[in-house]
Design a protein around this ligand. Structure first.
Ligand code: ASP
Ligand code: MG
Length: 413
């Protein structure tokens, strides 16, 4: 039997009417002969509400108890979903993460999946049942309930799709799919038909928040086709898949902007073995998540070392840098908290030249200063003044024709 996994986000199960509509989707797939596994998130803003409830009683709640509490949101959704299907004449059974042996490590509130008991799900599917699984949760080897981090139901869905070798994992959400850029910042952004895993991973890590990044990683690892689509519409969404299936041959697929960025530079650090290690070991101890790192040798004796962080980590990063400054003989510290990072992403960059030229020229023509530049194989990022962030994004979208469907863009050499 071909299996399909359908994941419904919080907005898609927010009230009775929406659950019924989601159930209608499930029934359609069942009637088409599929074995269907549903993964549901907590309803509406339930998870936020549960967190608020916890914080009201304890500003620093034990993480084990937090997971115990947060997992109840999804447990409500799945049992209600099964009841809705039953009322519509379909046989359904709901499970918590623990019940299907969704085994994770013991890192409460951000656990990682280790294994799933696909047999329990498969047996129910063979009996003709629709299986509804609570997203976002698992259990560790001591039967403690764990959760996978905010937005983790996507990862549950893709992991189950992998374990069952499902034909596709559909992610039902409140947007139409993945856009070339955030339509709130560039109104002419277009929905992509396809995006490959690597591009989606870059876009997600650059703040394009449609999908949980680990879910995309799972999809890539196990080759699961992921279809992101709107639960309120019949239209096709965006398929996240392998690179070869992208027929359009585009070079730049999307653009992103991250507004809440800061940069710390260590000017004139001694150019000797072990100094970068010292700085980043200290930042890691302070639990600072570091983005782009840049180091340049400025003389045989000295180097400049800088790195990007989100502004939420700035205070911790600043303190850690001050603490380590003298140990690496740093002359001065340079901090900017008023920057944003604009990026263009596309696997076509691996095989085409001229992307950097086009990007820098477009920003120059708009009189936008580039503070620093970093690249990966499929991405170019520039930091600019925060005030110019939106304009920079728009200029890049126009330059790379991200307002047109891929097949209508100018062909690259
Ligand atoms: N309910 C969880 C959250 O709000 C998990 C999810 O929605 O995917 O983060
Ligand atoms: Mg989500």
């Amino acid at each position: 039997m071909a299996i399909i996994v359908q994941k419904f986000g919080g907005t898609s199960v927010a009230d009775a009417e929406k659950i019924r509509r989601a159930a209608g989707r499930v029934i359609k797939a069942v009637d088409n002969g599929y074995g269907v596994v549903v993964v549901a998130s907590a309803r509406g803003k339930q998870t936020d509400q549960l967190i608020a409830d916890a914080l009201e009683l304890n500003p620093n709640p034990p993480t084990r108890e937090m997971d115990q509490l947060l997992s109840t949101g999804e447990q409500q959704s799945v049992s209600l979903f099964a009841m809705a299907l039953d009322a519509m004449g379909y046989d359904a059974i709901s499970f918590t993460g623990g019940q299907i042996r969704m085994m994770t490590d013991s890192v409460h509130t951000k656990a990682q999946i280790r294994s799933i008991d696909a047999e329990r799900i498969r047996k129910q599917l063979e009996k003709g049942k629709i299986v509804i699984v609570a997203g976002f949760q698992g259990i560790d080897e001591n039967e403690n309930i764990t959760t996978l981090g905010r937005g983790g139901s996507d990862t549950t869905a893709v992991a189950i799709a992998a374990a069952l070798e499902a034909e596709e994992c559909e992610i039902y959400t409140d947007v139409d799919g993945i856009y070339t850029t955030d339509p709130r910042m560039f109104k002419d952004a277009v929905k992509m038909k396809h995006i490959c895993y690597d591009e989606m991973l870059e876009m997600a890590s650059l703040g394009a928040g449609v999908m949980h990044i680990r879910a995309v990683g799972f999809g890539k690892k196990y080759g699961i086709r992921i279809h992101v689509r709107n639960s309120a519409k019949e239209t096709e969404g965006t398929i996240i898949t392998i690179e070869e299936l992208q027929m359009e041959g585009v070079v730049v697929s999307g653009a992103t902007v991250q507004k809440d960025m800061a940069k710390i530079g260590l000017v004139g650090v001694d150019n000797i073995p072990g100094n970068a290690a010292k700085v980043f070991a200290h930042l890691a101890k302070a639990k600072v998540v570091v983005n782009d790192i840049m180091q340049t040798e400025i003389s045989p004796e000295k180097a400049n070392l800088s790195f990007m962080i989100t502004t939420s980590d700035l205070a911790a990063a600043k303190q850690a840098t001050e603490e380590i400054k003298d140990e690496v003989n740093c002359e001065s510290i340079f901090i900017r908290d008023d920057i944003a990072e604009v990026s263009v992403v596309g696997v076509g960059m691996r095989t085409h030249y001229g992307v950097a030229d086009k990007m820098f020229s477009a920003l120059a023509e708009a009189k936008i200063n580039i503070d620093s530049i970093t690249t990966s194989e499929i991405r170019i990022s520039c930091t600019v003044d925060k005030e110019q962030a939106e304009k920079a994004l728009q200029v890049l979208c126009v330059a790379f024709e991200l307002d047109k469907p891929a097949q209508h863009r100018t062909k690259w050499n």
